[in-house]
Design a protein around this ligand. Structure first.
Ligand code: GLN
Length: 451
């Protein structure tokens, strides 16, 4: 049924970069056989999932929506991929995204933008916009994403879905094509909090193949999603994330969600996190710096595309031609920015001070969590904006992640849950719930109470 739905609507939505019906059906039949043989499969056995094209899959191409990886077939499965398969999930196909996960609208894909099913002239968020659009358009009940600066929570918010960024190190980066290694975090998309928790649990947990993976049990997210009560919980509203620059209808729905939580017995206080206002500039030094280093591996020798290798050119010339043609403009902008910020003479002033700001943000969180159990804010300052509106203005595009980035810099857990439609445009609004590292269950507990 989902394959039929994809065939019917994906021409308009463009959520998928790759779907092979036969490969999907083969997986479904294999799961049937496992169940028939009496194997103990989990609660998601046989459930289809849309998989972001940034995770390696050995039976499907993996491009990270970049021309430079066109034609590449990974020889191995990412840990997240492997765990989806072990849990009996059926991978329907690979979803569109901003190239190498750099963006907030999926317009930076080399394979055309994805459209928001709520309004096809608007963005589905990004970078995991193919995943959010697939679930919102009923092309899949579940999807995977990665969140480096907001790329799960922001698309979930603007598509009316639940999306979670687990604690950094709580889900494995092995086989995830790296953007900014100290921030990248795989996480789930779903239509409700319990489904998201089940997917979260299915692919998270310690992985010895990822050196930053945390060797601790997965927080009890499923139990928390079922519990769904907030009585006695202390909730902090981040003062810095409201007011000017926020759409009126977004603030209205956010305030109503907070009132609802209060009426259910939560204790709500206002909290100030002054360093959060410096998170965006710090992020846009740290993330490009790490990307400039990570993307050096695309050297025309190892993967996919190779341009101008006609026997007359040096390896350096072929590398240069390949990177010039293979990378899109946003990726090039970040490589240049990051290389500059890391160069000797500038390192301390840019990368060094951004890392210090990162510590201040972490301290703001730590101080806040001495008084409250979770922090809340709108997930994004506005609802889904029109396609093309911000493509010529990177700064305006970067603002989409204003509220989500502090959590990534601190390595904490956060979740976005729908909290109604903005009255002025009828588009979904997301409530962001932030918790300390390894307290992911708190975000699910509050999220389930709100939905
Ligand atoms: N929009 C942010 C960026 O462009 C975050 C992306 C992400 O989380 N992958 O870097």
């Amino acid at each position: 049924a989902y394959l039929d739905r994809i065939a019917a609507v994906d021409g308009d939505v463009n959520a998928f970069l790759h779907v092979d019906d036969e490969v999907a059906l083969e997986q479904a039949r294999a799961v049937d056989a496992r169940i028939a043989a009496g194997e103990e499969t989990g609660p998601l056995a046989g459930v289809p999932v849309a998989h972001k094209d940034v995770f390696t899959t050995k039976d499907m191409p993996t491009t990270a929506a970049s021309k430079i990886l066109e034609g590449w077939r990974p020889p191995y499965d990412a840990t997240v991929t492997e765990r989806l398969r072990d849990a009996g999930l059926v991978i329907l196909g690979k979803t569109n995204m901003d190239e190498f996960a750099m963006g907030s609208s999926t317009e930076n894909s080399a394979y055309g933008p994805t459209r928001n099913p709520w309004d096809l002239d608007r963005i589905p968020g990004g970078s995991s916009g193919g995943s959010s659009a697939a679930v919102a358009a009923f092309e899949a009940p579940l999807a995977t994403g990665t969140d480096t600066g907001g790329s799960i929570r922001q698309p979930a918010a603007v598509c009316g879905l639940v999306g979670a960024k687990p604690t950094y190190g709580g889900s494995s980066r092995y086989g995830l094509i790296a953007f900014a290694s100290s921030l990248d975090t795989p996480g789930p998309f779903a239509r409700n909090v319990l489904d998201a928790a089940l997917l979260h649990e299915a692919f998270s947990g310690h992985d010895p193949r990822d050196s930053t993976s945390i060797d601790a049990p997965v927080p009890p997210v499923v139990e928390a999603a079922r519990r769904a009560d907030v009585a006695g919980l202390r909730i902090g509203i981040v003062r810095e994330f409201s007011g000017e620059g926020y759409q009126a209808g977004v603030l209205q729905r956010f305030n109503e969600a907070v009132e609802l939580l209060e009426s259910m017995g939560a204790k709500v206080v206002e909290v100030s996190c002054p360093s959060f206002t410096t998170a965006l500039p710090a992020y846009y030094l740290i993330a490009p710096s790490e990307c400039s280093s990570n993307l050096a591996r695309f050297d025309a020798m190892r993967y996919g595309l190779r341009v101008g290798d006609d026997g007359t050119r040096s390896a350096e010339e072929v590398m240069s031609l390949t990177r010039a043609e293979g990378f899109g403009p946003e990726v090039k902008r970040r490589i240049i920015l990051g290389t500059y910020a890391l160069s000797s003479g500038y390192y301390d002033a840019y990368y060094g001070s951004a890392q210090q700001v990162r510590t201040l943000i972490k301290r703001d969180f730590d101080a806040a969590f001495e008084h409250v159990d979770v922090l809340v804010s709108p997930t994004t300052p506005t609802t889904a904006f029109p396609l093309g509106e911000r493509t010529d203005d990177p700064m305006a595009m970067y603002l989409a992640d204003l509220c989500t980035i502090p959590t990534n810099l601190a390595g904490n857990a956060a979740l976005s849950v729908p909290c109604g439609l903005a009255p002025e445009d009828g588009l979904p609004v997301g409530l962001q719930i932030m918790a300390p590292a390894l307290a992911d269950d708190r975000t699910y507990r509050v999220g389930a109470a709100v939905e």
